[in-house]
Design a protein around this ligand. Sequence first.
Ligand code: CP
Ligand code: NVA
Length: 303
Amino acid sequence: MSTRHFLSLLDFSSDEHRALIAHAIDVKQKLKQGIEHTPLKGKLLAMIFEKSSTRTRVSFEAGMYQLGGHAIFMSPRDSHLGRGEPIEDSARVISSMVDGILIRTFGHDRIEKLAQNSRVPVINGLSDLLHPCQLLADMQTWFEQRGDIAGASVAWIGDGNNMCHSYINAALKFGFDLRIACPPGHQPAAELVQSGGGSVTLHDSAEAAAKDADLIVTDVWASMGQEEEQQQREATFAAYQVNQSVMSQADSEALFMHCLPAHRGEEVTADVLDSSQSVIWQEAENRLHAQKALLEFLLRPGL
Ligand code: CP
Ligand code: NVA
């Protein structure tokens, strides 16, 4: 059987996604109850971080440890990845020694090249194009709060970035409607929007996208690698801030999510981020549980 990778949510079927979320909820309960669950004894995960991370690094490293395995952190600063060794060669070498590889990098093509040359599963820990691991945690959080997300209405407000793209993929896989509002010039990739068919719609304002939504989601205005555009983006995105006025357009029971880190007073006001509708801490914690389910799925096929 060919090696399964997780470069995008599209790599798994809808049924696999739902099974994974159910398993994530189960491993979370086991951990809370102090029940040992170590199916990955002796397994190794190499973690390549070419961009910064708090949540992704800690959750994968803690997750591997809790599952009985071990994680190896690698950065370009102290490996040959930063000195020009081709990613294809690195893939051959690293995958001959470990059971899985996580990578966070810039160009998505770099992750694809790594996967093409790896004998073991490769996990996308964020690229400029996609952030699928975050969506597993977001979906788990919704399922815990409200049950299945099929048929719900989700509003994405802000930048048409990697998170927005993964929300488009999630709309397809989980069967929810996605209403997107981004400033001109910062829309998500057109081919991705088209791939969403009727379930993905573009709106002219944050208020229009938020209308009657069950979930409001946003992310930073300048992603990693766009730091120099920060000031200009603050002006461009000003009308796309998630504030109480935008939240008031949504369903009164609507939830708010943000992958974090957040910039209070920029893409979201502090009163929304810290409100009772906000589930950001549960969402962040679920990175650990959802990715443990993912690691079991990929590193112990047949589960
Ligand atoms: N949300 C997220 O991926 O956080 P980190 O950048 O801290 O990993
Ligand atoms: N869009 C953000 C997500 C960070 C988790 C970035 O790529 O920097």
